[in-house]
Design a protein around this ligand. Structure first.
Ligand SMILES: NC(=O)c1ccc[n+]([C@@H]2O[C@H](COP(=O)([O-])OP(=O)(O)OC[C@H]3O[C@@H](n4cnc5c(N)ncnc54)[C@H](O)[C@@H]3O)[C@@H](O)[C@H]2O)c1
Length: 337
């Protein structure tokens, strides 16, 4: 078993293994909150063991990531007499992690929780860093930063995922490889050792967060590709997954970077090759409008400035302020190429 231990008080140890070690539930006061699909998947293994604990099955999907779901779970927990002596244990992807992380952070002013992330995205991204939120008018608008007491990753469980959902997580891995260094960037082209890729990704995210937990500055490099991605996701015209939106967002950042920093085009070509290999399309046919640009500004809430993370080189990303009219110009150019 691989353990990513962190010395910083804000961070969480991450255990990476090829199976779920149920014996870690030494405490009897466990309240399990489990994603419906995972419950079905693990039913035969869990059936006997899970009965020992209080548990609840939650329906899956982004549409449940809202305040109503919070109310239902808070109510259920009160009814079941869940108190501070319980450890809430979450089995599911990023949606469940975000919801229950928020539930736990607010229930009786905070109750301990642990996460068993089951999607690739939740293993390498959403479970790390303590961000918990629900959608209210816009995505992740109501939330809190609070860490689980540990994260336990079973990297074999991701092979049950749908292909497109798996690739969605992979777009974040590609993002890490651009932020981190050339070694990891080239590693993911050749090697397919998923355990190594997951642990390296967890390490990169933990390291960045340990340097700027509350996102005053440096942590924002994790937003590479996300400014434009959120704009795509927020549109009501076409439904794009997060991973696809991030891919388009990253390519757009490459495009901006080649203008501002004369980025080496071979790197861009290599990245496009990988995206295509993974069946990502790299442009969207979305009609962009002033309304969409305003959405970007609102989304990031930075006094009307639009911050983009740009790529000077692999392993060297920087935050750049781009004026609204410049952005419009680049968007138009982007769709001409
Ligand atoms: N907190 C953060 O820092 C952070 C970072 C990135 C994304 N997020 C959030 O994460 C959410 C997306 O998470 P996600 O991609 O994990 O989606 P998800 O949680 O909706 O899971 C996707 C689907 O996969 C199913 N599933 C889960 N594990 C499975 C498995 N092992 N095999 C088969 N099916 C499985 C689920 O039931 C669901 O239908 C978004 O709401 C996003 O905002 C949060």
């Amino acid at each position: 078993m691989k353990i990513i231990k962190t010395k910083k008080k804000f961070l969480t140890n991450i255990y990476i293994n090829s199976y779920f070690n149920i014996n870690i539930f030494k405490k009897n006061n466990i309240f399990i909150i489990i994603d419906y699909n995972i419950y079905i998947l693990l039913f035969s293994i869990f059936k006997k063991k899970i009965k020992k604990f209080k548990f609840v099955i939650i329906p899956f999907g982004e549409k449940y990531k809202n305040i109503n779901t919070l109310k239902i779970i808070w109510k259920y927990m009160i009814k079941k007499n869940i108190n501070k002596n319980f450890l809430i244990t979450i089995f599911g992807g990023g949606v469940l992690g975000d919801i229950i992380g928020f539930v736990c952070s607010s229930y009786f002013r905070g109750i301990s929780f642990s996460i068993f992330p089951t999607t690739l995205l939740s293993q390498i991204d959403s479970s790390i860093g303590g961000k918990n939120a629900v959608n209210f008018f816009s995505k992740n608008s109501i939330g809190i930063i609070n860490n689980p007491i540990y994260i336990y990753i079973n990297y074999n469980i991701i092979f049950f995922m749908k292909k497109n959902e798996f690739f969605d997580g992979y777009s974040e891995i590609i993002k890490y490889s651009i932020i981190n260094n050339k070694k990891f960037f080239f590693y993911i082209y050749k090697k397919k050792n998923i355990k190594k890729i997951i642990s390296r990704s967890c390490y990169i995210k933990s390291k960045i967060i340990s340097q700027d937990y509350y996102e005053f500055n440096y942590r924002s490099i994790l937003n590479l590709g996300h400014t434009y991605a959120h704009c795509i996701e927020n549109n009501k015209i076409i439904n794009f997954s997060h991973g696809k939106s991030v891919t388009i967002g990253i390519i757009f950042c490459y495009f901006l970077s080649s203008y501002y920093y004369k980025l080496n085009l071979n790197i861009l070509k290599k990245n496009i090759f990988l995206f295509l290999k993974l069946n990502f399309f790299i442009k969207n046919s979305l009609f962009f409008s002033k309304k969409m640009i305003n959405k970007i500004i609102l989304d990031k809430k930075f006094n009307n400035k639009i911050n983009f993370i740009l790529i000077k080189n692999i392993g060297n990303c920087v935050k750049k302020n781009i004026k609204k009219n410049h952005l419009l110009f680049f968007l138009k150019k982007f769709y001409e190429i």
